[in-house]
Each structure stands twice: as structure tokens, then as C-alpha cells.
Ligand binder design. Structure first.
Ligand code: OMP
Length: 230
């Protein structure tokens, strides 16, 4: 059983308290019937935004440090991109906490769902990504469709995507039949380029530590069916 970092436990427990992380029976975008669902849209108060963005910032900082010491991890970047809509407050909050708590100064940018044809125009808002090294930030990834869309948006605007950070990697099969995380890592430069705050296995560790046997069993069954083996 893997252990949990403090920021991982805080996100799981705070997520459950506000009803964002639920155990039960849910139908996913993919049509799969899942024993859990994490709705990041409900991480919508000052305290829980603080918990989430602190966790993103810690995950990014640890990954940058790993790379600096020669392990797989994120290279340095200039801008965090948070796709509309949920990614917007998360990217802004994370950029602020990277500055305040980790001495890492980066810009942030986000897109509009509908392009604007007057004023400044275009789909992008915030720090210009053209010619910059960009980290894409997203919430949940299952097959990787949403994160691929965000990567594509930045590339179209001339930004170089050097990595991505996720709140939750559900550790399922991706669009090419391999693990979603391997597929996205390959897309943005290789191993270690997509650090995540939580993986499905961390949720299972938490359930085990708290004696939630029934939920754990459902998670194990789901894992057997759809999980990717590491
Ligand atoms: P992919 O695009 O397949 O990677 O799925 C990611 C999207 O699934 C997210 O952006 C959500 O819209 C949704 N989702 C969650 O938010 N939480 C979950 O626990 C599971 C899903 C999902 O439907 O797979």
C-alpha cells in the first residue's frame, strides 16, 4: 500500500466534505459505470480552492526539483494554461501559490469557449503564450480527450507545451489503448512530464486506511476491469 502525502490527504478529505469526491455509482463521459466521481467544479470556496491550488503548487514544485536533480520531471516553464472554464481559477490560484510558497514566478493564461471578434479578439486571455514554454493544468483525466484539447489550444496559439499537471489521473486506458498518462506524457515530451496530485490508487489507499471496505472492494473491481497496470 502506497503512503499519502499530507496535501493528497487534505484534497481527498476536503473534496469529500464539499461533495466533490463521491463514492457510489456514476456514469462517465466514456459510458463506463464508475464507483467514484470527482467533480472539480464543486471545489468552489476559498478554503477548498486553497487546498487544491496548494496541492497543484506542491506537485509542480516537487516535479521541477526532481528534474533538477536528474530524475524524470517537469522542465522549467513560463506560463500555466488553465482551459475554460474550470481550469481558469485553478491556474490563477496555482500561479499565485507557486510565487508565495515556492518562489516560482510564472504567468497564467486561459481560453474562451467562444472566440471574441472585437476588442482584443481571439480565444486567449492572460499572459501571451506565443513562443513561451507552457504547462497545461487540468482537473480529471480518464481517456485523455479533454487534456489533449487543451494541449492543442496552446499549440495553435504558438506556445510550446512542455508538460501538464492533473488533479486526478484515474489510471485508465487512453485513446491509443495504452495508459492515458503514458500517451499524454509522450505527447508533451516524455516520462515525468505529467505529474498528478492524485491517482486512483491514492484514493484506494485512503479508503483502506479508513476501513471503508465496501467502497474499496468496488474500486478494486473497477480497477480490475478498466485500470492500467503500472
Ligand atoms: P477524458 O476527457 O476522457 O480524459 O475525461 C475527463 C473528463 O471527464 C473531465 O473533464 C470531466 O468532464 C469528466 N469526469 C470528471 O470530471 N470526473 C471523473 O471522476 C470522471 C470523469 C469522466 O467522465 O470520465
Amino acid at each position: 500500500m502506497s503512503s499519502l502525502e499530507k496535501y493528497q490527504t487534505e484534497l481527498i478529505e476536503h473534496g469529500m466534505t464539499v461533495g466533490a469526491l463521491k463514492f457510489g455509482s456514476f456514469t462517465l463521459k466514456s459510458g463506463r459505470s464508475s464507483p467514484y466521481f470527482f467533480n472539480a467544479g464543486l471545489l468552489a470556496s476559498g478554503p477548498v480552492l486553497n487546498t487544491l491550488c496548494s496541492a497543484y503548487a506542491s506537485t509542480i514544485s516537487a516535479s521541477l526539483q526532481a528534474a533538477a536533480f536528474g530524475s524524470a520531471g517537469l522542465p522549467e516553464f513560463d506560463i500555466i494554461f488553465g482551459p475554460a472554464y474550470k481550469g481558469i481559477p485553478f491556474a490563477a490560484g496555482t500561479a499565485m501559490l507557486l510565487h508565495r510558497d515556492h518562489n516560482i514566478d510564472v504567468g497564467f493564461a486561459y481560453d474562451r469557449k467562444e472566440a471574441k471578434d472585437h476588442g482584443e479578439g481571439g480565444v486567449m486571455v492572460g499572459a501571451p503564450v506565443k513562443g513561451k514554454k507552457v504547462l497545461v493544468l487540468d482537473d480529471v483525466a480518464t481517456a485523455g480527450t479533454a487534456i489533449r484539447g487543451a494541449i492543442e489550444t496552446v499549440r495553435k496559439e504558438g506556445g510550446e507545451v512542455v508538460g501538464a499537471v492533473l488533479m486526478l489521473d484515474r489510471q485508465e486506458v487512453g485513446r491509443e489503448g495504452k495508459s492515458m498518462i503514458d500517451e499524454v506524457e509522450t505527447l508533451v515530451g516524455g516520462k515525468g512530464r505529467v505529474p498528478t496530485i492524485l491517482k486512483m490508487k491514492h484514493l484506494m489507499t485512503w479508503l483502506e486506511l479508513h476501513g471503508k471496505t465496501q467502497e474499496l472492494q468496488s474500486m478494486q473491481e473497477y480497477w480490475q476491469q478498466y485500470g492500467v497496470k503500472e
